[in-house]
Design a protein around this ligand. Structure first.
Ligand code: BF8
Length: 674
């Protein structure tokens, strides 16, 4: 029986997306939303009950006690499937980190056209962490040494991945005790594939221990390298005004969307788009200029550094093409739907692939190379401009929202303590006092199987009411941006009283946008500094904090979840569980589900759970935060104690007649000066 197709409102909670879905229906064109409705997920694969790792299968385990042809149990099969997904996610993030490290090397040696070292302070700070000499050395010399060190982490065979030393001491000891310290990034990914070949590791818990090691190679390895180098080359983010949603596309300009993940390309396209020669070329084609916008994590990279607008998140890549206003969509790696090319053929949009790792049949391929970066970026923009004359009717939804992204770890440090006393003390104090109940990191993808953006924004808003400070990255951050939650004043009326006071005092939004998915490492760095600041325990697992990926879909998300667990976090994934197994499975047959939750919690203090009900996600988040508060002997959360200071209170006071205001402020009328 065909599945019922959902209405646009059921498919997305974003009004711009809804408009484009109605338009798609009028045009008779399909999108991921339509395909999800018409493609019932394979129930065996979705639950991790299918093994296709050798030619004796695929083995479909449908009955309790059944095994694969080789004798593999369902638990072994689920553990193998999960670690393979985590290895792929770790590989994707880390390969991005590797490319960044090679770009740093090329810049240090003057071989990368158009790039420069923008954040020398960060370069020196990072290099000093690895005992690279920094005094009386040129930035290029330091960068060359740091690039060599970072490049070596990928192929290293023994020892420990260097950035691991940036974790809290106690956590490093714990990893050493449990034998999960990653030796080299590539080595752990390769070993994950080896262990899951037919006839290798067959103990599910043993397999999943290596999943932790593989994920740590991502979070405290490849991803951290990617973030460090991006900041060094393109600048460490600081708050900047931006905009988000499809309404950032412009009728009178050549619209170019950059989509994917690596900032090496997108940053150079930003630079090229501001080149007078390119602007003149666009004007000669009849446009006012070139309007750049991002999709997915590329959007986050250029939004938080340059204020370049975000056209949307993962599920808006096709919707942007449906506007008919996009001259070129320039893609690099990850989260790029193959369907883009077929859809674009109904319009004038040119899909341009640029990575030597990613080609799509019938797309234009202009290969990017950091040695000729600016020249190639201009060539790509000329293609887009040449295509402007082919534009037909446009349907750009008039929906966009302002936002302030750019809350890097470094900026939060500065924001809380100033230039000379950069510190996390005020944040720790606010948590200890109970003004801030705890912290939630809400990250990850969109998934067309759930209502686009709804889980992200519902969970975010409900936690804000409960005085939980929210930090966000990836497509989740763009979802909140589109709803106006990333603005200083907007939405503070719906934020709990203690959190509101903190936001008003410091002048921050209640939701802090910390970057792209590789930038989840910024959250690890923040948590580490909160530990080092004191008052919230001596390791990350003691902090009242939870990580959530309400609309996850990618293997990268699973890797992030696993390294956050290994770092001590309680992590909740929404939507479906890839290891749910047979319906109504009981106790001893739920080895994998139990192990990643209670098993990992015993070892690392963090756990991974899949919960599809958003209210249950919120309940469990608050329960965990309160449990951690109690363990630290902090006062129990009590919202009635706060909310009597800050801008909101001052506005209330200002509205009062003078005498009443003076009574409220000073307890007596103030005599007039004579
Ligand atoms: O790395 S959140 S859909 S864009 S995987 Fe992809 Fe998921 Fe978006 Fe960025 Ni992250």
């Amino acid at each position: 029986m065909p599945k019922r197709e959902r209405s646009p409102e059921e498919r997305s909670s974003d009004p711009a997306a809804q408009q484009m879905l109605i338009w798609a229906d009028e045009l008779g064109l399909g999108t991921a939303f339509h395909r999800a409705d018409n493609m019932v997920p394979c129930n065996l694969g979705a639950a991790g009950m299918c093994c296709k790792l050798c030619g004796m299968g695929p083995c479909r385990l449908t009955k309790e006690g059944q095994t694969g042809v080789c004798g593999a149990t369902i638990d072994t099969i689920q553990a193998r499937n999960l670690i393979r997904a985590i290895a792929a996610g770790s590989a994707a993030h880390s390969d991005h980190g590797r490319d960044m490290a090679f770009t740093l090397k090329a810049v240090a040696n003057g071989e990368a056209e158009g790039y420069m070292i923008r954040d020398v302070a960060k370069l020196r700070t990072v290099a000093a962490k690895y005992d690279i000499p920094i005094e009386e050395r040129a930035p290029e010399e330091i960068a060359n040494d740091l690039a060599d060190l970072y490049i070596a982490q990928f192929g290293q065979q023994r020892g420990e991945v260097a950035p691991l030393r940036r974790a809290p001491d106690k956590r490093q000891q714990l990893w050493a005790e449990h034998g999960v310290v990653p030796r080299g990034i590539d080595r752990e990914v390769v070993e994950a594939l080896h262990r899951t070949h037919i006839g290798d590791d067959q103990d599910p818990e043993h397999i999943l221990q290596h999943a932790i090691r593989t994920a740590l190679a991502d979070g405290w390895g490849g991803s951290l390298i990617a973030t460090d180098v991006s900041d060094i080359l393109f600048g460490t983010p600081a708050p900047v005004l931006g905009q988000a949603n499809l309404g950032v596309l412009k009728e009178d300009m050549v619209n170019v969307i950059v989509h994917g993940h690596e900032p090496t390309l997108s940053e150079m396209i930003v630079a090229a788009s501001q080149d007078p020669e390119i602007i003149e070329y666009a004007q000669a084609a009849g446009a006012k200029g070139v309007n750049l916008a991002g999709i997915c994590c590329t959007a986050n990279e250029i939004l938080m550094r340059q204020g370049i607008p975000a056209a949307g998140n993962f599920l808006q890549q096709e919707l942007s093409i449906l506007t008919g206003a996009v001259e070129a969509m320039v893609v690099d790696v990850q989260c790029i739907m193959q369907a883009l090319v077929g859809l674009a053929q109904n319009f004038h949009t040119e899909i341009i692939t640029t990575s030597p790792k990613v080609k799509i049949k019938e797309a234009t391929h202009i290969e990017f190379n950091e040695h000729r970066a600016l020249t190639i970026a201009k060539e790509i923009l000329r293609h887009a401009i040449d295509n402007y004359k082919n534009r037909g009717d446009t349907h750009i939804p008039d929906v966009r929202e302002d936002l302030v992204p750019g809350f890097s770890h470094e900026y939060i440090n500065y924001m809380l303590g100033g230039t000379y006393r950069a510190s996390f003390r005020p944040l720790n104090d606010a948590i200890m006092a109970g003004r801030i109940r705890g912290v939630a990191a809400i990250v990850g993808c969109n998934n067309p199987r759930s209502r686009h953006d709804y889980l992200h924004t519902y969970v975010t808003q409900e936690l804000l009411k409960q005085d939980v400070l929210v930090v966000e990255t990836g497509c989740g951050a763009i979802a909140s941006a589109k709803l106006g939650l990333l603005l200083g004043e907007a939405g503070l009326d719906n934020v709990g009283p203690g959190l509101r006071e903190v936001c008003e005092t410091i002048g921050i939004p209640p939701v802090l946008h910390m970057g792209s998915c590789v930038d989840n490492t910024r959250i690890l760095t923040v948590l580490t500094q909160m530990v080092e600041e004191g008052g919230l325990g001596d390791d990350i697992d003691q902090i009242p904090a939870v990580g959530l990926a309400p609309e996850w879909m990618s293997e990268k998300a699973l890797s992030i979840g696993a390294y956050c667990v290994a770092s001590g976090a309680y992590v909740i994934f929404g939507g479906s569980s890839p290891i749910s197994g047979m319906p109504n499975r009981v106790s001893d047959s739920d080895i994998v589900l139990g192990y990643i939750s209670q098993g990992w919690e015993k070892l690392y203090g963090g756990k991974l759970e899949f919960i599809d009900d958003p209210d249950e996600m919120i309940r469990k988040t608050l329960e965990h935060i309160d449990k951690k508060r109690a363990a630290l002997k902090l006062p129990a959360y009590d919202p009635t104690r706060f909310g009597f200071s800050g801008d909101t209170r001052m506005l209330e006071l200002e509205a009062l007649p003078l005498a009443e205001r003076q009574m409220a402020l000073y307890g007596a009328p103030v005599p007039e000066e004579v």
